[in-house]
Design a binder for this molecule. Structure first.
Ligand code: ADP
Ligand code: MG
Length: 238
């Protein structure tokens, strides 16, 4: 299960209201993309859901349970960071196992989960290598593996492909979409890239200056943009 509901969630930094109160329901199993221009509050919203920032107002529910004051490690969500967050001196196996080792999980269960994640991500032949011996795409898969082993209710991605070159980015988009099809776990994916949003999402949340302009499927946003901002941003003919 991985339904995430925001009720009147707001965030201010000092005087600045970066996210005015908003409501959002992300159904279990969906692939939800937050898209909008740089500085519109995408990362802040994701960090509020992850618990890495405290809300200024409102409630965050995970599977109907109030998680607003639950610390990040106890929310059952996994944030996927860019691949440069890997430890260069550790093997792929140790990198993927790292969050489980920190949580004090027994070796046997840890190994089982790492092998399973490696299988899903086609990383089995590379488990004993170091990140420096891998391609950019393989490194990004290791970063995703680190999230998979935690068996989260939802994966949270913040522009995970922005440090990959254009060709690799296309391949990784397909891999992440396939991973979602295989796992059917809720994914929330932040990007400023309209193409990424339109090709990966089953539900897109268009943000502008912290406000939700529209929520819908790629087709709905394309055919029925609610306003000029959405039309312009999505590249719809209207
Ligand atoms: P995005 O991810 O869409 O580019 P962010 O969520 O990073 O946008 O930022 C939204 C706004 O909040 C920006 O104006 C940014 O400067 C501001 N902001 C983000 N984090 C902080 C912070 N820790 N303190 C003050 N302002 C912040
Ligand atoms: Mg950001």
């Amino acid at each position: 299960m991985g339904r995430i509901t925001l009720e009147g969630v707001a965030k201010r930094f000092g005087e600045a209201e970066v996210i005015p109160p908003l409501d959002l329901d992300i159904p279990d199993g969906s692939f939800c993309v937050f898209v909008g221009p740089s500085g519109c509050g995408k990362s802040t919203l994701l960090r509020l859901i992850a618990g890495l920032e405290d809300t200024s107002a409102g409630r965050i529910l995970i599977d109907g349970q109030d998680a607003t004051r639950v610390p990040p490690a106890k929310r059952g969500l996994a944030m996927v960071f860019q691949s440069y967050a890997l430890y260069p001196h550790m093997s792929v196996r140790a990198n993927i196992a790292f969050p489980l080792r920190m949580a004090g999980m027994a070796r046997e269960e840890r190994d089982r989960r790492v092998e399973e994640a490696a299988r899903v991500l086609n990383l089995t032949p590379y488990l004993d290598r170091r990140p420096g011996q891998l391609s950019g795409g393989q490194r990004q898969r290791v970063a995703i593996g680190r999230a998979i082993v935690r068996e989260p209710k939802a994966f949270l991605f913040d522009e995970p492909l922005s440090n990959l070159d254009a060709a690799l980015r296309v391949g990784m988009r397909i891999e992440i979409t396939e991973l979602h099809e295989r796992l059917r776990t809720t994914m929330i994916y932040v990007t400023h890239d309209q193409v990424e949003a339109m090709t990966m999402a089953d539900r897109i949340v268009v943000l502008n200056a912290g406000k939700i302009e529209q929520v819908g499927s790629p087709l709905e946003l394309y055919r029925e943009p609610r306003n000029r901002f959405v039309a312009g941003f999505i590249g719809s003919p209207r």
